[in-house]
Structure formats: structure tokens, C-alpha cells
Design a protein around this ligand. Structure first.
Ligand code: TYD
Length: 151
């Protein structure tokens, strides 16, 4: 059973969120990449979901997770992921199917700038749990500042 931590124990700096290059097996028949939990991403993969048919101009996300770790890949097309740790913000442009963005807990995030036909694949460290979401930005700011002080 996965051990549960409080969000303060999970407080990680924005610099821990990073692009990770995936293995790429070049082949004239078509390239192949793969992702193994605890090897290419620093967590066990419990869930996969994906965004597709995203209309131009749409924003997704706009929330944080207390404990969830995620790895985001642009399987097709491109989009931006904006991360904010309550203090600093960083924008990542994702447009490769052989690299992805590791998002640690307690990061406010939104996704925008979707190209037409973009497919956003997300690997997650836990099953869907609405109680892990922080959907109010002011609440996130308060919790992030408390976590930063205590950690
Ligand atoms: P949400 O995570 O809020 O999407 P986004 O941040 O991209 O706008 O999820 C949208 C809806 O989908 C919400 O009602 C919860 C549901 N959902 C699931 O049921 N399971 C899942 O794994 C995910 C990611 C969302």
C-alpha cells in the first residue's frame, strides 16, 4: 500500500520539475519510445489519461495536486505547460513524443497553446482522487507558502 504523506512533506521546488528525455529506438519502420515506472519517471505509474480534440484557444488544468506526481508527454502536436510553485513560474513547450515533463506535487499548473490535433498523455502516480486536487488558487498560495516555510 502506498504510504500517504502530508503536502508539506511533498513540497518540492520548481526546479525538481524537469523535462526527461525518453529512450528512442530508431527504426526505418517507425520509431519507438517507452516509459517504465521508477526508471524513466520517478514514480510507479498507477493511471494514464489523455487530452485530445482540444479546441483552439482552450486552457486545461488550473489546479494543483497535494500528492500526485505526473509525467506529461505531447504524443502528437504541441502545447505549453505552465507551472507555478506559489513563488515562481515556468513555461514549458512540449512538442516531442520522446520527452516529457515531470510535474512534482504542489505545483499549480495550466496547459494552453494547443496545436490542432494535439494529444496530451499524462502518466500519474495514483488513481483519480478528487480530494487530492486544490482547485482554488488562493488556497493553493496559502498551502504552498506554509509548505515552503515548514519544509
Ligand atoms: P480535470 O483533472 O479537472 O481536467 P483538467 O484539469 O484538464 O481541466 O478533470 C476533468 C474531469 O474529468 C473531472 O470531472 C474529473 C474527471 N476525471 C476523471 O474522472 N478521472 C481522471 O483520471 C481525470 C484526470 C479526470
Amino acid at each position: 500500500m502506498t504510504q500517504r504523506h502530508s503536502f508539506t512533506e511533498n513540497h518540492m521546488p520548481l526546479s525538481d520539475c524537469r523535462m526527461i528525455e525518453l529512450p528512442k529506438i530508431h527504426d526505418p519502420r517507425g520509431n519507438l519510445s517507452f516509459i517504465e515506472g521508477q526508471r524513466h519517471v520517478p514514480f510507479d505509474i498507477q493511471r494514464i489519461y489523455y487530452l485530445y480534440d482540444v479546441p483552439g484557444g482552450s486552457d486545461r488544468g488550473a489546479h494543483a495536486h497535494k500528492e500526485l506526481q505526473q509525467f506529461i508527454v505531447a504524443m502528437s502536436g504541441s502545447f505549453d505547460v505552465v507551472l507555478h510553485d506559489g513563488d515562481r513560474e515556468r513555461r514549458f513547450h512540449l512538442n516531442r513524443s520522446y520527452s516529457g515533463l515531470y510535474v512534482c506535487p504542489m505545483m499549480w499548473r495550466y496547459l494552453d497553446n494547443f496545436s490542432s490535433g494535439a494529444v496530451c498523455l499524462v502518466l500519474a502516480s495514483a488513481h483519480y482522487d478528487e480530494s487530492d486536487y486544490i482547485r482554488d488558487h488562493a488556497t493553493f498560495k496559502t498551502m504552498a507558502s506554509q509548505g515552503a516555510v515548514r519544509s
